[in-house]
Design a protein around this ligand. Structure first.
Ligand code: SF4
Length: 253
């Protein structure tokens, strides 16, 4: 079931039309901000067409966006950033979503774990998690986004202070794309309401206390009184894997 659109949102959507260039999109950011998620996706598809992709890591936001794109009938490429270190429940969730929605995934190359051990030393996630994330997430994403002008992801402002300023559309100079974040203003409750209301397959680890799910070595369950992403790189000051960080890092192409 789609969210109902209010009069203000309806007016904002009708007035958008096709952009004349990058400056025009930037100028429209405030209007896009007023749109519900479905209309942000419709706008992005009209604007970027086949040069729009959606990245999935098979957490609850991926379930929402895969379903929403399917409901809207948008033929959007799905990019999977598989680090080879996901939980088995995450891979099973991927299979259920692929089967239900008939997805074809685009999977960028990544070093095997054995190659990484040989090149960088064993268990890089323990000795240098920033480097590990760069190799296993940022570099594959840079490669995957090369053919696209816009990238849809499921980040939400509420997830952590590091995401509090996320906009529904913003420019990423690092990746050379527009970032489209239709769920930026959704709460965790909004996500669950949508998943349950539409009976969408979701990662069962969420039911076991994992409110945010990444790689096995770097994810633990989260207590209700903690921030949603507190179980990621717990015990360190690392907050992000780097794919949603704009600053370029050594090794960026
Ligand atoms: Fe490596 Fe952990 Fe980052 Fe996964 S989350 S890429 S295991 S450091």
């Amino acid at each position: 079931m789609l969210k109902r659109m209010g009069a203000t949102e309806d007016a904002a959507r009708r007035s958008l039309g096709a952009a004349r260039g990058p400056e025009d999109i930037a100028e429209r950011a405030a209007q896009i901000e007023a749109l519900p998620a479905e209309d942000v996706l419709r706008w992005a598809y009209e604007e970027f067409g086949e040069r729009l992709c959606l990245s999935c890591s098979w957490q609850k936001q991926s379930s929402v966006l895969v379903h929403m794109v399917s409901e809207l009938g948008l033929d959007v490429d799905i990019v999977e950033l598989d680090t080879h270190l996901f939980f088995k429940e995450t891979y099973e969730t991927r299979e259920r979503l692929v089967e239900r929605y008939g997805l074809t995934l685009i999977v960028p190359d990544v070093l095997t774990i054995a190659e990484q051990h040989k090149r960088e030393g064993p268990n890089l996630w323990e000795t240098n998690p920033d480097r590990c994330c760069h190799i296993r997430k940022v570099e594959p994403l840079l490669e995957a986004l090369a053919p696209y002008d816009a990238w849809v992801s499921g980040i939400r402002r509420e997830q952590s202070p590091s995401r509090a300023a996320a906009r529904k559309v913003e420019r990423s100079d690092r990746y050379g794309v527009w970032k489209v974040q239709p769920l930026a203003d959704w709460t965790e409750k909004d996500v669950w309401r949508y998943i349950m209301g539409n009976e969408i397959p979701y990662n069962p680890l969420h039911d076991a206390g994992y409110r945010s799910i990444g790689c096995m070595p770097c994810t633990r369950p989260t207590r209700p009184d903690e921030e949603e992403r507190a179980g990621r790189w717990a015990g360190s000051d690392k907050l992000e894997c780097g794919i949603h960080v704009e600053a370029k890092a050594e090794g960026d192409r």
